[in-house]
Structures are given as C-alpha cells and as structure tokens.
Design a protein around this ligand. Structure first.
Ligand SMILES: [Zn+2]
Ligand SMILES: [Zn+2]
Length: 429
C-alpha cells in the first residue's frame, strides 16, 4: 500500500513535471514570433547606448555625469546631472570635478549644452566649469556658455565673482587663441540670482521653468533647483543639510536627486576623518543616509536618487541599509552614467555604456574660419583679450628652427592639392 502510494506519488510528480514542461513549451511557442532575431538589433536592451534612442516628445531623460565626492577618483566624477527633454532642451545641473569627461563621452553637440545651473561653488560642484567652457568651445560650441548660480552675503562669495575669476585665470589661454579659433564659444553669460529666493523662477523658456530655493550648506549661498516641463518635475538638491524648503518645494516631483553622504563610520575608516569631523561633516554640513531617507519618506517622490557617496562593494550596503531605516520607497543609489527615462507612466532606470576614447561630437552649426566672425570684437571683449592676435616677441621668433620649413611646406602643399584651395605657407621671418 505504502509502496503503491509512493509509486503513485512518483507518477503524479512525473506527470506534473511533464505538464509544467509542456506549459513552458506552449508559452515559448506562443511567444516564438517575438523571439530575438539572430541578425536584427535587439528591440529591448536593458542598457542605454547614447545617441541610439529617440527621446519621446513627452519624455525626460536624466543622466548622472558625476555622483562622487570632493576627493577625486577615476571611478566617479563629482556632482553633475544632465537633463534632456523631449522638446530638445538640455540642462546641466552642477559641473563637479571630472564631469566634463563624462559629458564628452555622451557625444552630444556642445551647442546643445549651453545651459549650466550651479547649486553652490564648492569645487566638487563647479570644478569642471573651465573644461566645459574652453574644451566645449574647442569641441564645437559656437555660442556663449550660459551659467545660472546664486549670490551670497557679499559679492566675493557669489557666482558672478567665481566665474569672472575663473575667466581671468585663463587669460593666457584665451589670449593665445585669438586669431586661431572661432571665438563665439569662448564667451560666458552669468545669471546670478538671489540665494534667498523661495521657489523663485530663475529660468523660463520654451515651456521649461527652473526654480531655486535655499539650501543649508557651509555658508549662505547654496541653493537647490526644480525643473518643470510638460507635467514632469525634476529636483536637484546640490548639497544641503535637510531643510524645510526642500521638503516643501520638492513635493510632487517625479525624480528627486538629493545628496546622501558617506556614512560616518566610513568617513573615519576610508576618508581618514577624525570621529568629530566625521560626525560634523557627515551629519551637519551634509545629509546622512538616515536623514536622506527621512526626507524622501516625507516628500515621497516617484523616484528618489541618492548621490554624493563613493559607491563601492564595501560601502554601498551600509548606505542602503541606513536609508532603509527611514524610507522604503523607490530608490536609485546613483553612480556615474546611471540613466533615468521618465514619462508620466514609467520611470526606467538603466546604466549607459559610453565610449571613453571620444573625439569632438558632431557640430550643430557651421564653423567660421579663425578671425572670420563679424562680432569677433565683442567676443574678444567678453573674453577679456585683445581683438588682434598678440605676436611672439623677437626673442621667441628668433628661436624657430627653420629646418622644418621644408617638411611643413609639404603639408601645406598636400592640403592645397587635396582641397583645391591655395593655403599659403606662413614663412619664417
Ligand atoms: Zn558642497
Ligand atoms: Zn559636494
């Protein structure tokens, strides 16, 4: 009897297994028309390859181009988030150290990357500004770079001062380019606004509204931003201690990026802080993971994005566990090249796979030959350099080694023949 039952059980198990296999085969059979093609591109890849996907007209795409810390590392650039909209507009929020390389990896024409919003003036939030200013112009930006940033209690602590001094730091660089390059991209437009503005509109164009509200971080001046377009809302915190403005103005947002600092014990262990410094910096100047969770639990975004910590195999779990003591909603622990595609119905999170060995991306406009711009006087004045190229001194000119003239004449001859246009060789004097 027992044996019989055993046998029956085995038979039943066998039949059940067979039935399950049959069901799987039937399901597979039903799906066979959609089976991946061995020769066509895959229709649904769980990765983002830049410049291979159309952005829907109701869609927002956000790409993390820097998620790290003030201490530089190759694995993570410092704060930078790119927002791309279905209407064609693109906005950069913060340009921390190392982020310019991330941006160039996306191979977006630089004329489309002319709007930068800076939440505060720490190096890990503006450290790549000069690279985007000068490198971006060299890679094809043919219009001024526009920067929005807060003022502070005195002019010397404001964005306009920082940008002016950065430009002055590069006086030699800019002066040396006169007469050699199209100068339209070497111009800066600074829009400094009141850091005390509470949900104040600082940008409004083409259906896009950017607002600013105060943040609490280091000194008076830092702000957070919201960007609203087409019923979608993106919020970027820059750096801040949890504050009442963020709680109020980040409400109803789809994607909320807020700093989430390294957990205090790791600041001691990995960053070599003293315990006193770790507690002060990690919980009072910045937002501790537990506090980040509390903020998100209160504002309940469709997706919370934590950044501003080094995301390593031995530190991520601690940040996650600490956030989860206070927040159980949707969460992305950001790292460089994380991508969010946002529509009213869906938020899709993927990683981008980018080309690191990039050259200049395609140009959005026609380049002008050196010195050919009718407004070059204006642009030279903006850059703070003479209109005409500054010549070498006789001392330096006297050091030119004329023995290479012969071979370089050959290069000019080759270009003249190839392009059907005479390029006269600038003979050594
Ligand atoms: Zn900061
Ligand atoms: Zn920071």
């Amino acid at each position: 009897m027992n044996m019989m039952n055993f046998k029956n059980n085995r038979a039943i198990t066998f039949l059940a297994g067979f039935g399950a296999c049959l069901a799987v085969l039937l399901v597979m059979g039903a799906k066979s028309p959609e089976a991946p093609s061995p020769v066509k591109p895959a229709s649904d890849r769980d990765v983002y390859y830049p410049n291979t996907e159309a952005l829907g007209k109701d869609e927002m795409r956000v790409i993390a181009c820097g998620t790290g810390m003030p201490t530089t590392r190759a694995a993570q650039a410092a704060a930078c988030f790119l927002v791309e909209l279905g209407n064609g507009d693109k906005f950069i929020f913060d340009v921390g150290t190392g982020s310019a390389e991330r941006i160039s990896s996306l191979q977006i024409p630089y004329d489309y990357l002319d709007k930068i919003f800076v939440g505060h003036l720490h190096a890990d939030h503006i450290g790549s500004l000069a690279e985007i200013f000068i490198g971006g112009a060299l890679m094809g930006r043919q219009k001024p770079l526009r920067i929005w940033g807060p003022n502070s209690t005195v002019p010397e602590l404001g964005t306009a001062y920082a940008v002016q001094k950065m430009k002055e730091m590069y006086t030699w660089d800019l002066a040396g380019r006169v007469g050699l390059v199209d100068f339209r991209g070497y111009s800066l437009e600074v829009n400094e606004f009141d850091y005390k503005g509470e949900n104040a509109v600082i940008y409004e164009d083409n259906g896009v509204t950017v607002r600013s509200f105060p943040a609490i971080h280091s000194l008076d001046g830092p702000v957070s931003f919201s960007l609203e377009w087409n019923g979608l809302k993106f919020v970027f915190g820059s750096d801040t201690y949890p504050n009442k403005w963020f709680i109020e103005y980040a409400k109803d947002a789809d994607l909320v990026v807020h700093e989430c600092f390294v957990a205090a014990p790791d600041l001691v262990r990995k960053m070599r802080f003293t315990p006193e410094q770790a507690l002060l910096v990690g919980t009072q100047i910045h937002t501790a993971p537990e506090a980040f969770g509390k903020v998100m639990e209160t504002i309940k975004p469709r997706m919370a994005v934590a950044y501003h910590f080094f995301k390593d195999f031995d530190t991520t779990a601690s940040v996650n566990d600490r956030i989860r003591t206070t927040y159980d909603g949707p969460l992305s622990l950001a790292e460089d090249f994380m991508v969010w595609n946002i529509t009213k119905d869906d938020i899709r999170v993927r990683m981008a796979v980018v080309e690191e060995a990039t050259w200049a991306p395609p140009l959005a406009g026609k380049p002008q030959p050196p010195g050919g711009d009718p407004d070059r006087e204006k642009f030279s004045k903006d850059a703070g350099v003479p209109v005409e190229a500054i010549k070498y001194s006789d001392f330096i000119i006297g050091g030119r080694w004329g023995e290479v003239d012969e071979v370089l004449r050959g290069v000019y001859k080759e270009a003249s023949e190839a392009l059907g246009q005479e390029f006269p060789y600038p003979e050594s004097k």
